[in-house]
Design a protein. Structure first.
Length: 51
């Protein structure tokens, strides 16, 4: 998905569009960081097959 996004937008030269894409990417990065943090806070025990 990320590679596809880069391929789709590699020819973009409009500075406003680039700024919008960077803002969108930073917003998504913050969401992913929050999700990872929440996942670390509420870890579950490993299943028997994972041990």
């Amino acid at each position: 998905r990320i590679r596809d996004g880069f391929r789709d937008n590699k020819a973009v030269s409009d500075s406003q569009t680039i700024e919008n894409q960077i803002k969108y990417a930073n917003d998504n990065l913050q969401i992913i960081k929050r999700q990872a943090l929440i996942g670390d806070l509420y870890k579950t025990d490993k299943l028997v097959i994972e041990k």
